[in-house]
Design a protein around this ligand. Structure first.
Ligand code: GUN
Length: 277
């Protein structure tokens, strides 16, 4: 089976559109962009496209790459206290002269629709989901869309980033899965991937996962990629795996869900600040 993220995302967009059409004012997503590398620009284009599609307001605050941290924080203060703004994200990566941790912590945690602030991570740790970061949330939703049980399942997560691997491990633990978190130093990874019912790839190692490394019928979620000479390679050897596993296609896998979850979080933020149930 192909786990089609575009299909699952379009179901989310139709629900969002319906819910937003019933509001008296639309939610607004504000995006800060300080370093306009081509990947960031293409991610932001997707966020904008789908925000407008679901009738959400979208605001891009584009600052020059020379902007210093203090002025970025001052711009953020303005949006933190602007009651017309429901959600705020700061597109990563930031230029090297800016302390990413300090900037993320500066987002009002009621508007932290990326789920990156220490407050959001703390809530996730405690199992009180508030704003869960969008790629891990998108993975959980994609599995649910295809009626894939997580409770009691064995899950191998390859990659331990703050954006994907670590929050996903918490979500999986909270959902009752048995989780093994792997990193570049992990010994005998193939033994762990063969043990798993669900394998999540988030490393950036081209075609790392081969058929002999997984059990027949396993579920493979691939969010890891690396650009080599302008071509994107994914962590799973998709062509070899697709006939014997349930797998996300690339493109059209979890990426589509990430944007959908960002907009869902923004609607959630709007509803919280406007006292909806
Ligand atoms: N850069 C790459 N992915 C993301 C994301 O999900 N959120 C933000 N803010 N920056 C990113």
């Amino acid at each position: 089976m192909i786990l089609d993220g575009r299909e699952a995302a379009s179901a989310v967009y139709e629900t969002l559109k319906q819910q937003i059409s019933e509001l008296s004012t639309p939610p607004k997503l504000t995006v800060f962009l300080v370093w306009d590398d081509t990947s960031s620009l293409s991610y932001i284009a997707q966020k904008r496209k789908y925000a407008l599609y679901v009738w959400m307001d979208f605001e891009l605050i584009r600052l020059s790459a020379e902007t210093d941290e203090a002025s970025l924080l001052a711009h953020m203060d303005e949006k933190n206290s602007d009651t017309t703004v429901s959600g705020i994200i700061v597109q990563l990566p930031l230029p090297k002269h800016i302390d990413t941790k300090r900037v993320i912590a500066h987002i009002d945690h009621d508007k932290d629709v990326d789920g990156f602030t220490p407050a959001s991570i703390g809530n996730l740790f405690l199992g009180e989901d508030r704003y869960v970061s969008c790629t891990p949330k998108g993975i959980m939703r994609l599995l649910a869309h295809y009626d894939k049980e997580v409770e009691g399942k064995r899950v191998a997560i390859l990659g331990r980033s703050n954006i994907v691997g670590k929050p996903l491990a918490l979500l999986m633990i909270n959902a009752g899965a048995t989780v093994t978190s792997c990193n570049s130093r992990t010994q005998d990874v193939a033994e762990i991937t063969r043990w798993a019912d669900i394998v999540v790839l988030a490393m950036g190692q081209p075609k790392f996962l081969k058929p002999e490394m997984v059990r027949e019928g396993a579920t493979i979620i691939d969010v890891g990629f690396k650009k080599v000479n302008g071509t994107i390679f994914w962590d799973a050897d998709y062509d070899l795996l697709k006939s014997r596993t349930d797998i996300t296609p690339v493109p059209g896998g979890v990426g589509a869900m990430t944007v959908a979850m960002l907009l869902e979080n923004t609607l959630l933020a709007f509803k919280r600040t406007h006292q909806y149930s």
